[in-house]
Design a protein around this ligand. Structure first.
Ligand code: NAD
Length: 548
């Protein structure tokens, strides 16, 4: 097991160059395709292995197991995992709390170095990580590659951000004082990620927590524990001390809720559905006996994202952007376009072209890199198919409308487009999280903006228009955390597009942005009297001027 890194050791390698996004892999290149096939073969040979739960230095087995399966072939077991229950909450938090006492005293350079090392290892094993995502959640090659690239970006970006934060300048220095604002860690974090960016979000929240000096109990999603286990192995290989991150797959409603409620949990970093996020918010708000703080919650939740296509849009670009944003990774992105709001002047021609474009999307096994793979599990498939039936009654089916049985016995659903959806219809308002696009007719741009803002969510959105006036109007009035012009509403890049939504989409934490790490710290002001300048301020003699 790893021991604590010594900051005096020369092997610390702190990033010194400016941050740059990890390039995406071109699978049109024969050599890259060959590497991906080799990685798929390697990972296939490792499927079905059993993994331990890891709390501190202890490897734990439980009676109950979690079986992670390939959604394209549900009979294929990707991995077998222990299932943490309520009884594991106490030891997991205790291990993280114990590790915190040492980890919080490590230097920021040491922690940044850990992330930089993690990035290096992931870069070496990019294809392998992508292959795990292909098997475990059904991403096609490009989607899986983007996920691992984003993970590397988070590691590199947060390493640099932690160093920057440590150098933060205190705005004013009073005469005769050395005034410093320092950002110190909070304590033990419960990190609770979703399955849909099984590497990037899981690793991003975890790395943001530890690079700022916190320790973590990480509870991956039921649907993607293998990728989390692989990432945990990388943290260990990079030299992470025991207990800094504890790897605890388990049920959300028992182990997850127990973590949130524990009095020593200092904060919760969650990404997932609105329902679970709101439940966590409520549980975390209730102080437990012995609890000394108000728990912080960082909650990134669902979306119902729209692309507005104005009457003056470049139609080819708009059709392509809508198709990619609606059906990339089977529509299972919080940023996915689930509503195309189209000006009535171009509505019919847009629909015609969209129908042709969507007809070209093939559905099949992601190991063979088909554009669309399966949805994540049977429950999701049933829920999506139910929504499709609702949608058929609410509007006019243009394409798809059911299972894609020809793709195999996995959870495959056809890309589905339903037009003439009224703005307040259920499939226009509720998050479906699958390959279902509602097309809504707008009277004009004004009307399109009003429709775009008519849900309880506010995550991403896009506008296709060649009019500067329209774009400027949307800049102020389209109320979403991530807004895009003349490009699709998915594919946020670390650094360029800090990510997080408004309203019921979450706390707008802006992952991958300059403010994100502040959420994982608390600021402490330290004022030291220096020199022989005498009393800095004699407030006792200045009646009423003391402020705090
Ligand atoms: P989910 O809410 O079902 O689960 C998320 C995590 O919460 C899982 O690890 C789960 O086990 C855990 N959990 C479940 N019940 C819990 C409880 N009572 N207490 C504590 N933890 C609990 O979401 P999902 O299906 O994994 O992911 C899809 C959702 O995530 C969608 O709504 C999507 O929009 C959202 N999402 C949002 C963002 C964003 O940045 N806003 C990014 C990705 C996904």
């Amino acid at each position: 097991m790893a021991t604590l890194l010594d900051i005096s050791q020369p092997h610390l390698h702190v990033p010194t160059t400016p941050f740059r996004n990890e390039p995406l892999t071109d699978f049109g290149n024969a050599e890259n395709a060959r590497k991906m096939k080799a990685a798929l073969t390697k990972v296939r040979a490792e499927l079905g292995r059993e993994y331990d739960m890891v709390i501190g230095e202890k490897l734990i087995k439980t009676k109950e197991k979690i079986k992670s399966v390939n959604p394209a072939k549900p009979s294929e077991v990707v991995g077998v995992f222990q299932s943490a229950g309520r009884e594991h909450v106490e030891p997991a938090i205790a291990a993280a709390q114990q590790a915190f006492e040492t980890w919080k005293r490590t230097s920021v350079e040491q922690r940044a170095s850990l992330l930089h090392t993690v990035a290096g290892i992931l870069r070496e094993r990019k294809f392998e990580f992508a292959a795990w995502m292909v098997f475990e959640v059904g991403k096609n090659w490009a989607e899986a590659d983007a996920d691992i690239a984003e993970t590397i970006d988070f590691a590199e970006f947060y390493a640099r951000e932690a160093l920057r934060l440590a150098q933060a300048k205190t705005p004013t220095q009073l005469p005769g004082e050395a005034d410093r604002l320092i950002y110190i860690p909070l304590g033990v974090a419960a990190v609770i990620p979703p399955w849909n960016f099984p590497c990037a979000i899981m690793a991003g929240m975890t790395m943001a927590a530890i690079v700022t000096g916190n320790t973590v109990v990480m509870k991956p999603s039921h649907d993607s524990p293998a990728i989390a286990a692989k990432f945990f192995e990388v943290l260990q290989e990079a030299g992470m001390p025991d207990g800094v991150v504890n790897f605890c797959p388990g049920s959300g409603s028992t182990f997850g809720a127990g973590l949130v409620e524990h009095p020593l949990t200092r904060f919760v970093a969650f990404t997932g559905s609105k329902e679970v996020g709101l439940d966590i918010n409520q549980r975390a708000a209730k102080p437990q006996p012995g609890q000394k703080w108000i728990k912080r919650t960082i909650l990134e939740m669902g979306g119902k994202d729209s692309i507005i296509v104005a009457d003056d849009a470049n139609l080819d670009a708009a059709v392509e952007g809508v198709a990619q944003a609606a059906f990339g990774f089977q529509g299972q992105k919080c940023s996915a376009c689930s509503r195309a709001i189209v000006d009535e002047k171009i509505y019919d021609v847009f629909l015609e072209r969209l129908k042709d474009r969507v007809a070209k999307i093939t559905v099949g096994d992601p190991t063979e890199n088909k554009p669309m793979g399966p949805v994540v599990n049977e429950k999701a498939m049933k829920s999506i198919l139910d929504y499709i039936e609702v949608g058929k009654k609410e509007g006019r089916l243009i394409h798809g409308g059911g299972r894609a049985k020809e793709a195999g016995d996995g959870y495959f659903i056809q890309p589905t487009v339903i037009a003439d959806i009224p703005p307040m219809a259920r499939i226009s308002q509720e998050e479906i999280f699958g390959p279902v696009l509602a097309v809504i007719k707008a009277r004009n741009f004004e009307d399109a903006l009003a429709i775009a803002n008519n849900t309880e969510f506010g995550l991403t959105g896009a506008v296709y228009s060649t009019s500067r006036d329209k774009l400027e109007r949307a800049r102020t009035d389209f109320h979403v955390g991530n807004l895009y012009f003349n490009r699709k509403c998915t594919g946020a890049m670390v650094g360029a597009h800090p990510f997080g939504g408004f309203n019921m989409s979450g706390t707008d934490s802006k992952a991958g942005g300059p403010d994100y790490l502040l959420l994982f710290t608390q600021a402490k002001s330290v004022a030291e009297k220096i020199g022989d300048a005498g009393p800095v301020e004699d407030s006792m003699n200045r009646k009423g001027e003391e402020s705090r």
